[in-house]
Design a protein around this ligand. Structure first.
Ligand SMILES: Cc1cc2nc3c(=O)[nH]c(=O)nc-3n(C[C@H](O)[C@H](O)[C@H](O)COP(=O)(O)O)c2cc1C
Length: 122
């Protein structure tokens, strides 16, 4: 499923909002369903307001979560850590979290391998 803002904006506005720590927008309600979740969140400047909006109201208590943070360039380990902590604060139990660079087959494989590991496969 996809997170969608209640109100959409143009690129410049999103970029601006993304540069403000803690900025958040209202997102359309999603039904999370399963206890085991895979989040694929994008790296947006400092934070993604859509992701923040989702996390501000999501009940992640007791859920097991694998997180991939997609990005295009730079070192995003701090960003991934911050997001991981934020999910933890919402009660989610992060079992796997890693950056996945656009176009990197290696990163993609690593994440899929990690998921396989979690689900008990080899
Ligand atoms: C508003 C905005 C800000 C972004 N900021 C960053 C950034 O700071 N660093 C980065 O590596 N990518 C940035 N991106 C690129 C996204 O991370 C990228 O679009 C996302 O990971 C999804 O990948 P895709 O566009 O290949 O589907 C930004 C994208 C948008 C729309």
């Amino acid at each position: 499923m996809q997170l969608e803002p209640v109100r959409n904006h143009g690129f410049r506005t999103w970029q601006f909002l993304a540069s403000i720590p803690g900025s958040s927008v209202r997102v359309k309600q999603v039904d999370l369903g399963s206890e085991d979740l895979v989040f694929v969140f994008p790296k947006w400047v400092y934070n993604c307001p859509v992701v923040n909006g989702f996390l501000s109201s999501a009940d992640l208590g007791g859920r097991r979560i694998a997180l991939a943070v997609t990005y295009t360039s730079g070192n995003i380990s701090g960003y991934v850590e911050r997001l991981t902590r934020k999910i933890g604060k919402r009660g989610g139990k992060i079992l796997l979290s890693m950056p996945v660079k656009r176009g990197s087959e290696e990163d993609r494989e690593k994440f899929i391998d990690g998921l396989r590991h979690l689900s008990g496969g080899d």
